[in-house]
Design a protein around this ligand. Sequence first.
Ligand code: ATP
Ligand code: MG
Length: 410
Amino acid sequence: MSAPSGLPVFPGTVDAAGQPATLGVMGGGQLGRMFVHAAQRLGYFTAVLDADPHSPAGLVSHHHIQTSYSDAQGLAQLAQLCAAITTEFENVPSAALKTLAARRPVAPGAAAVAIAQDRIQEKSHFTASVGVAGVTCAPYAVIQTPEQLKAVPADLLPGILKTARMGYDGKGQARVKNAAELAAAWAELKQVPCVLEKLLPLKAECSVIVARGWDGRTVGFAPQLNVHVDGILAVTEAYEGNMPLALAARAQAATKAIADHIGYVGVLCVEFFVIDDGSEHGALVVNEMAPRPHNSGHYTLDACDVSQFDLQVHAMAGLPLPAPRQHSPAIMLNLLGDLWFDAAGQPRTPDWQAVLALPGAHLHLYGKTDARPGRKMGHLTFTAADVASVKATACQAARVLGLPGFESAP
Ligand code: ATP
Ligand code: MG
């Protein structure tokens, strides 16, 4: 696909109506905030559409349109202000992206976002596109009707029932051991369309982030190794040797195939499981994709010469896509709202004094003043000259903060 008219849009320029080059984002969460930071650093003006007056991205953007994602007036205002538009949230109605695309270049497009919004469509897409030996989908069944529930093959149990739509951070999921638990869990989820996935023996989890331009060229980062606690990302380890090279190459090839198959434009993250299949390194199972920068790519802000947010800006604006280079081994620790409470449930400030005294500490807080357990408040990336040092400092920080999920370091 060639770039639509209006692209590239260069930062620092002014259009015929005297309007400075402005990039827009649907959604005002932390991903939008880091997008805004990257766009502004290049010299763009920014506009955020999010109904929340205190949204992390809205707080730092030149423009903040405070309407719902489907508000016709809000969308018209965003299209009027912006030369190109992206999204930071995969559950933005795809109809809204279509409306915007009638007036401005939008990347990723509505069709790609619609696939990522629906696990049933997503799994069909993976099955059709992956085509890399040694990479498969988790065995699954679609459950939309009582007949489909009854017909679930016994070998999918124990499994994880996942709502087809609106799931994130482990929400909308239930682990089930047998047919009775499955039926009860589906009733509990109000019998919305779901997929049942076989519970797999995970050796590890990883993700791959790529950026694909309007010209079909793809650049990307090496796979990150991820540790989840209670269905939420806790730790990302990004350095050479974090996983076997043969697996890393397969994950990258599969991610590129997934992006190419739908002519994707923008930043795409694909999550994989490494499962124990008796082979030396294990096999890869593709789990899900995010049509945007991803929590597991936050380390790129501090450990790479070009971050995932820089690539998002470049891709949507039709600028050249530089191949990123990681200059330091990195470990990222997610900071959830739980850290803002002591054992007695009393509010506290995490011990930043001790954490920030550690070498290579990069603290990112998202501007959320209301801490709640499980809420993503920020992240902390450690960089160092070598892997042993970065593990040691990240481990120290995890101990100081009382963080789970990072027991592997010395
Ligand atoms: P995200 O926040 O990444 O969008 P999500 O809520 O959409 O998360 P998944 O990525 O499907 O959910 O699952 C969350 C975590 O649950 C996974 O990272 C993994 O640790 C575990 N998990 C999910 N599916 C399986 C499976 N089939 N077998 C074993 N563990 C699984
Ligand atoms: Mg996931």
